[in-house]
Design a protein around this ligand. Structure first.
Ligand SMILES: NC(=O)c1ccc[n+]([C@@H]2O[C@H](COP(=O)([O-])OP(=O)(O)OC[C@H]3O[C@@H](n4cnc5c(N)ncnc54)[C@H](O)[C@@H]3O)[C@@H](O)[C@H]2O)c1
Ligand SMILES: [Zn+2]
Length: 380
């Protein structure tokens, strides 16, 4: 009997399962970006499909034709929609009206609505066709392109941004500058912060005059539209080379964000994300250049002043320890180092890893100096 079991074990060992490899073709999505002059062009594209579902940031509802408004699921405005509760409500709504998996989901709104809507599209019956209609500058040049989507997680009143998410690129993005005319000035400036980031990353001289016009009335002239297209093309370039954000290539898009996130958390809503990022661009370049002449940082500062970006001055007396606390809240923290990608010269992006206290000490000196400079040379 023993012999029998011995032989059986030997046989089982010989037949041990081999490792396998499966080459799956997904995720392979072609995103079509369509630029349309007016909202009406966008709406008629949507209503062309007989069967469709529509999510709309509630602040955009008044701009919709009545027929579409009636059909839409209204999302809480902005970041308030990026949570489990709204995600669950959207999925339940899709299920209750027996939405088929092949039916298209359209999402109209800023980056928050796009993030929430794309995640809902990814989850509903394991994925439905998705069209995004980004209605903020930030969403047009950043959030609607690249496949990332997520909701936040809130615990003890603390928001963990993009805690649960997926990669689910849209099949189509419909972009129209006409949506931006109703955008509040603060949101326009916020988008400009990310636009500047992309242009600096590309080594392109920003056309500040056309940005100033956009700030004044929300209208985009031809030059402004070209800059936005350039930024979108740049983002596509980074995403193509690192679609799942695993090769450290997409990290370049975090330029300005290490300091930006700390500024944003420190200012507690006093400045927008894009405004914080804009100053983050300046401080990060200045930090990288601190041992050389501050030529690029000076230029960045000049651009920010012409666009009337304002520092949250009342936090000017923050000590190194305070800055360090805000830096350690940064999700890009890698153990004891902060990773920063910084665009220094035409297309030259450097990656720095710095100890949080080193950057914190720099900020404790540089921030009050900049506040002071703003007082000496008030922006034109
Ligand atoms: N997925 C990505 O790759 C990616 C990239 C960058 C940012 N994001 C996400 O995007 C979000 C920020 O997006 P955002 O800056 O577009 O802000 P947002 O979506 O929060 O919108 C900002 C405010 O503007 C309102 N609004 C939107 N469009 C409007 C319009 N045309 N007219 C009037 N009001 C309008 C909204 O209701 C809201 O009150 C964040 O949640 C961020 O995490 C995602
Ligand atoms: Zn950003």
């Amino acid at each position: 009997m023993d012999k029998f079991f011995h032989a059986l074990r030997k046989f089982a060992r010989q037949r041990s399962v081999k490792d396998m490899e499966a080459n799956f073709p997904f995720p392979a999505v072609k995103t079509k970006l369509v630029f349309l002059p007016s909202r009406e062009n966008v709406f008629s594209r949507i209503t062309k499909s007989e069967k469709y579902s529509l999510l709309v940031d509630k602040n955009l509802l008044p701009h919709l034709p009545v027929k579409m408004r009636k059909r839409a699921f209204p999302l809480p405005g902005g970041e308030a929609c990026k949570n489990w509760k709204t995600l669950g409500a959207v999925l339940a709504w899709l299920a209750t009206k027996n939405t088929e998996r092949s039916e298209a989901l359209f999402v109209i709104g800023g980056g928050a609505a796009c993030d929430l809507g794309a995640l809902a599209a990814a989850l509903y019956r394991r994925g439905m066709p998705l069209t995004l209609v980004p209605t903020t500058l930030l969403a047009q040049l950043d959030a609607s392109v690249g496949g990332k989507c997520a909701v936040d997680f809130i615990e003890n009143k603390k928001r963990i941004k993009n805690f649960a998410g997926a990669f689910y690129p849209a099949n189509q993005v419909l972009i129209s500058p006409s949506f931006l005319e109703s955008l509040p000035a603060r949101e326009r400036r916020s988008g400009l912060g990310e636009l500047l980031k992309m242009l600096y990353l590309e080594g392109v001289e920003p056309d500040i005059a056309s940005m100033q016009l956009f700030l004044a009335n929300g209208k985009m002239n031809a030059s402004m539209q070209r800059q936005v297209q350039r930024a979108i093309a740049a983002k596509i370039g980074f995403v193509r080379r690192d679609p799942l954000d695993t090769k450290r290539i997409r990290e370049a898009l975090n330029f300005g964000h290490t300091v930006g996130h700390a500024l944003e958390s420190m200012a507690g809503g006093e400045i927008s994300h894009g405004e914080a990022v804009a100053f983050g661009l300046f401080f990060e370049v200045a930090f990288a250049e601190s041992k050389r002449e501050l030529l690029i940082a000076q230029r960045v500062y000049g651009d920010l002043m012409r666009l009337q970006f304002r520092l949250p001055e009342k936090h000017g007396s923050m000590k190194g320890k305070d800055w360090e606390r805000h830096f350690l809240g940064d999700k890009k923290m890698n153990k004891s180092k902060l990773a920063m990608s910084i665009a220094l010269a035409k297309g030259k992006i450097i990656r720095l890893e710095v100890a949080p206290n080193q950057l914190a000490q720099f900020m404790a000196r540089a921030f009050p100096a900049l506040v002071q400079l703003g007082k000496v040379h008030p922006p034109a």
